[in-house]
Each structure stands twice: as structure tokens, then as C-alpha cells.
Design a protein around this ligand. Structure first.
Ligand SMILES: *[C@@H]1O[C@H](CO)[C@@H](O)[C@H](O)[C@H]1NC(C)=O
Ligand SMILES: *[C@@H]1O[C@H](CO)[C@@H](O)[C@H](O)[C@H]1NC(C)=O
Ligand SMILES: *[C@@H]1O[C@H](CO)[C@@H](O)[C@H](O)[C@H]1NC(C)=O
Ligand SMILES: *[C@@H]1O[C@H](CO)[C@@H](O)[C@H](O)[C@H]1NC(C)=O
Length: 516
């Protein structure tokens, strides 16, 4: 149906644009889209500014293909199966600003590209080498994307004409060697993720004074590169082989805001992170045995998940009053000092799942909105530890060792929306029915789990079990109305719990909440 509509529109557009080639749509903004063509159509209007030939099957381009189309500013030819272009194919397009040749089968950068091009996208091709002349005269080039090719080295002179370059993307090539410095005074963003780089030439950054974003994830660096530009704002080196982070490695980067070193081999990062503006730090999946000392004062997000941390101390977190998100899941934490996080007066998100805590942490800040404690070894929750949790909306206690819950505790979570209690060995006494009454009276999404004891109730879902309801005498004590209420609540609880019928898993839960 949609297709017929589309054809009708197509036919209509074609009929009122007398000089639009067949299989093309020409619109009033001087933009031409062509579909199902195997060559560049003849007779494209000479005043065309944007020519979209993407997703066709055009294997070759000839020098004459764009003859006369001097006005083209934007040419998009992605996904055309293009294998080659004749010399000078593009050289007459003197107004061309954007050239997209993404996802073709080109083995070389097309020769003689026009000098006004600002954006050149050559990603997902089969380019193996860059030649001295490839970007000759392209003094206006700002964005060059060469990701997903087969380039193994880059000679420093290759980009010597592209003095205005601001963004260079070389992700997913086979880069092993970079020779000498790149002289690119305006380069702001350099991305070389997923290559085979182990080091950079010592003077590599000497002529990159404007570099703000440096992405080197997925290489084989054993060390942080030296002499990075002082204006650097974001450094990402995930998935490398870095085993050491020393104070002098980052010390001079006073503008650094974001640092990502996930999936390396760091056993410590002590004292190295004390930078004025550093706010986002990812050290997950390393070999840290403790939270790094001297964390930066402006830290907002710290991810130390998937390490070997055992103990969380007050000293580590004192003074971090801007910290909002703290991820410590999948460690070996047995102890969190009382009040360790008391200075973190903006902390809203605390992840402690899959550690070895045997009790609910004491003295957590009252700003918490989400607290994940699943997969620990918590046996009970005493009132004093949770007194302050007045903003908490999500509490995950799945897969712990809780068998009972003090009914008073629930009063300390006035804003709770999601509560996960499944995977605990619940002792289904009639006391637990009091909790059930309190829980079902509130607008909560709950997973309660099953009774473990007494044997008589084993396998009953305590939030919805009619067996418990009857034998605890709720139908007589609370009268007909009370019973009806509990039955409705039980039905809802059963629906909530149905997805979980095979017992709780430890998969990532999806938390739907807004911070206020
Ligand atoms: C640190 O960040 C603030 C704003 O967040 C900015 O004004 C200041 O210039 C930055 N300092 C450095 C050294 O980058
Ligand atoms: C983590 O804790 C467990 C249990 O205490 C212990 O067996 C294991 O060796 C610890 N792992 C590390 C890396 O400390
Ligand atoms: C969990 O706590 C119990 C005691 O409550 C203890 O015997 C057991 O070793 C703990 N398990 C772990 C993995 O720490
Ligand atoms: C369950 O609770 C009852 C009543 O408080 C108690 O007698 C019993 O020992 C508890 N069972 C377990 C396994 O904790």
C-alpha cells in the first residue's frame, strides 16, 4: 500500500518536473534522488545542488559522468557497490562541499578531488594505502572519515594540504605505524579505535595543538602516550593492555573531563586521577584491588565495576560532593565503612550488585534514587540503616539471603516504585502477611519470590498465595472487604511475577525512573 502511494507520488513529481531524468525525483530545493540506476543518469538538471545516488548499483564512475553539473554541493553515493572511479571524475565539481562514498568497494581514494570539499566520507571501503597526492590541494577539508578500511600505515605528509582538518576518523583499519607528526593545527578530534597501534611517535602530538578528543580504544597500547596536547578534553583508551597509570601520565592534562580505561590491566590508579576538571572516569574491567586514592574533586561518574575491590572507605570518597553515579558492581566488596559515602550529597545511583555484602550498607546519602544490591549475602535489613532513604525509587535485593522483613522498614521508603525481593529464602510466617498487606496497598512494582520455609508453603509465591491468605485468617480477621482487596492485589502480583516463573536471573534489570 505504502509502495503504491510512493509510486504515485513519484509519478506525480516526475510529470511536473519536465527535465527530471527517469527513475529520479527532482524537488524544488534543487535536490535530485535517483533509484534503481546502474549509471549516473544523463540529463540531470544543471542547476542541481544535491545529488543522491546512494543504494544503487553503480560499479564504475567515468570522468564524463558529472560533466556540466558545476552547481553540485553535495553528492551522496553510499552503498553503490562502486569499485573504481576514473581520474578526474570529480575534479570539475568546483562547488562540491560534501562527498559521501561510504560503503563501497573502492581500493583507492578517488584521485583529483576538488579543492572545496569540506566533508569526505570514505568509510567501509577497501582502501589499503593513502598516497602522497590523495588529498593534495584540499585546503578546506574539515571532516575526513576513513573508518573500516584496510589502511596499515600513515605517512605524516599525506595530510599536509589539509590544514583545516578538524576531524579525522581512522577506526577499524590495520594501523600499526604512524610516521612522524601530523601537522594539523585545527584538528579537534582524532579517532583511531580498533587498530593495532602499540605506540605513537614521540613527537606525534607536537603539531596538534587543538586536539580535544582522542580515541584509541581497541589497540595494543601498554602505556598512556606521552606529551598529549594540554587542551585534551576526552581520552578513551578502553580495551588496551595498559597495566600502569602513573601520576605524570595525566598530570598536565588540566582540561581533561572524561577518561575511559575500561578493559585494561590496571591493578592501581592511585593518585593519578587528581585533575581539576576530570568528571567522568571509567575504570571498569581492570584488576583494581581498591578504589583509587585522590579521586578528582569534580567527579560526577565513577565506574569501577568488574574489579577486585574488597573494601570501600570514607577516605576514598570524602569531598566528592558532585558524584552522581557510582558503579561498584561485580567486585569482592565485603565491607563498606559506615558513612563512607556521606559526603556525596548528589549521589543518585549506586550499583553494588554481585558483591559479598552481608548487611545493608549503613549511612548511605538520602539522595539515592536507585540502589542495586542484588546477588549479595544480605540476611536482614535493620531499621537504623535505612532511615534516610526518602528519595529511593528502585531497590533491588534479589538473590540475597533474606528470610524476613521488619514491617517498619517499608515506611522508610516513601517513594519506592520498584522493589525486587525474589531469589531470597523467604520464611513464610503470618508476619510476612503484614508486609504483604503493606506492599499491596502501595503503587509498587514488586517481585516477591517464593517461600522457602516452612515446608508446607514451599514454592508458594508469598505475595499472591491464597493458601497463606486463608490459613493466616485474613478472610475472617479483616472481613469480606479485606479479603477482596487482598485478592485483587494478589492477582496483580501474580501478573507482575509471571515473567519470573523460572526463578530470578541476574540479567541486567531495566530501571525506569526519572531523577527529580
Ligand atoms: C573546567 O571546567 C569549567 C566549566 O566546567 C571551565 O570553565 C574551566 O575553564 C575548565 N578548566 C579547565 C582548566 O579546563
Ligand atoms: C573474592 O572473594 C572470594 C570469597 O571471599 C575469594 O574466594 C576470592 O579469592 C576473592 N577474589 C579476589 C580476587 O580477591
Ligand atoms: C554468606 O553469609 C554466611 C553467613 O550469614 C556465611 O556463612 C557465608 O560464607 C557467606 N557467603 C559468602 C559468599 O560470603
Ligand atoms: C521462621 O519463622 C518462625 C517464626 O518466627 C521461626 O520459628 C522459624 O525458626 C523460622 N524459620 C527459619 C528457617 O528461619
Amino acid at each position: 500500500m505504502l509502495f503504491i502511494y510512493f509510486l504515485t507520488v513519484l509519478a506525480f513529481l516526475m510529470s511536473c518536473q519536465g527535465n527530471c531524468p527517469t527513475r529520479c525525483v527532482c524537488d524544488s530545493s534543487k535536490s535530485v534522488h535517483c533509484y534503481r540506476v546502474t549509471t549516473v543518469p544523463k540529463a540531470i538538471p544543471t542547476d542541481t545542488r544535491k545529488l543522491h545516488l546512494g543504494h544503487n548499483n553503480i560499479k564504475q564512475l567515468r570522468a564524463s559522468d558529472f560533466g556540466g553539473l558545476y552547481g553540485i554541493e553535495e553528492l551522496a553515493m553510499s552503498s553503490c557497490g562502486m569499485e573504481a572511479t576514473e581520474a578526474h571524475t570529480f575534479s570539475t565539481l568546483m562547488n562540491l562541499r560534501t562527498l559521501e562514498l561510504w560503503k563501497n568497494k573502492l581500493r583507492n581514494v578517488p584521485s583529483k578531488l576538488p579543492s572545496n570539499v569540506e566533508v569526505l566520507k570514505l568509510g567501509n571501503n577497501q582502501i589499503q594505502a593513502l598516497c602522497e597526492t590523495d588529498f593534495e590541494g584540499m585546503a578546506k577539508l574539515k571532516i575526513l572519515d576513513l573508518q573500516n578500511n584496510k589502511i596499515s600505515k600513515i605517512h605524516s605528509s599525506v595530510l599536509s594540504s589539509a590544514l583545516k582538518l578538524e576531524s579525522l576518523v581512522l577506526d577499524s583499519n590495520s594501523l600499526e605505524l604512524l610516521s612522524g607528526p601530523l601537522k594539523l593545527p585545527y584538528l579537534k578530534r582524532l579517532s583511531m579505535k580498533n587498530n593495532r597501534l602499540s605506540s605513537l611517535p614521540s613527537n606525534f602530538f607536537s603539531f596538534l595543538p587543538s586536539l580535544h578528543f582522542l580515541f584509541l580504544s581497541g589497540n595494543v597500547f601498554c602505556k598512556i602516550p606521552k606529551n598529549m596536547p594540554p587542551l585534551l578534553w576526552s581520552l578513551k583508551m578502553d580495551k588496551n593492555l595498559i597495566s600502569e597509570l602513573q601520576v605524570q601520565d595525566l598530570k598536565y592534562l588540566s582540561h581533561l573531563f572524561e577518561l575511559s580505561l575500561s578493559e585494561n590491566q590496571l591493578s592501581t590508579a592511585n593518585d593519578a586521577l587528581a585533575l581539576t576538571n576530570l568528571s567522568i572516569v571509567d575504570l571498569s574491567k581492570n584488576q583494581l584491588r581498591a578504589v583509587p586514592t585522590r579521586l578528582p574533586a569534580r567527579l560526577q561518574m565513577l565506574d569501577c565495576s568488574h574489579n577486585f575491590i574488597q573494601h570501600v572507605t570514607l577516605q576514598e570518597f570524602s569531598g566528592l560532593c558532585e558524584l552522581k553515579h557510582l558503579f561498584l558492581e561485580y567486585n569482592n566488596i565485603t565491607i563498606i565503612d559506615v558513612d563512607a559515602l556521606q559526603h556525596c550529597l548528589q549521589l543518585s545511583d549506586l550499583a553494588l550488585e554481585r558483591n559479598q555484602l552481608s548487611s545493608f550498607p549503613k549511612g548511605l546519602p538520602d539522595t539515592l534514587i536507585r540502589l542495586d544490591l542484588k546477588g549479595n549475602n544480605i540476611t536482614d535489613i535493620c531499621k537504623e540503616t535505612v532511615e534516610n532513604m526518602k528519595r529511593l525509587r528502585v531497590l533491588n535485593l534479589r538473590n540475597n539471603r533474606l528470610s524476613s522483613l521488619n514491617p517498619d522498614v517499608l515506611g522508610y521508603f516513601p517513594r519506592l516504585r520498584q522493589l525486587y525481593l525474589d531469589g531470597n529464602p523467604w520464611n513464610c510466617t503470618c508476619d510476612l502477611m503484614k508486609i504483604r498487606v503493606l506492599l499491596t496497598a502501595r503503587q509498587l512494582e514488586i517481585k516477591s519470590g517464593y517461600c522457602a520455609t516452612p515446608a508446607y508453603y514451599r514454592g508458594e509465591m508469598w505475595l499472591s498465595s491464597n493458601k497463606m491468605l486463608n490459613s493466616c485468617g485474613y478472610n475472617t480477621i479483616h472481613g469480606v472487604q479485606g479479603k477482596a482487596f487482598l485478592e485483587i492485589a494478589a492477582k496483580k502480583a501474580q501478573e507482575d511475577d509471571r515473567s519470573n516463573i523460572n526463578g530470578p536471573t541476574d540479567n541486567e534489570d531495566y530501571y525506569d525512573y526519572d531523577a527529580d
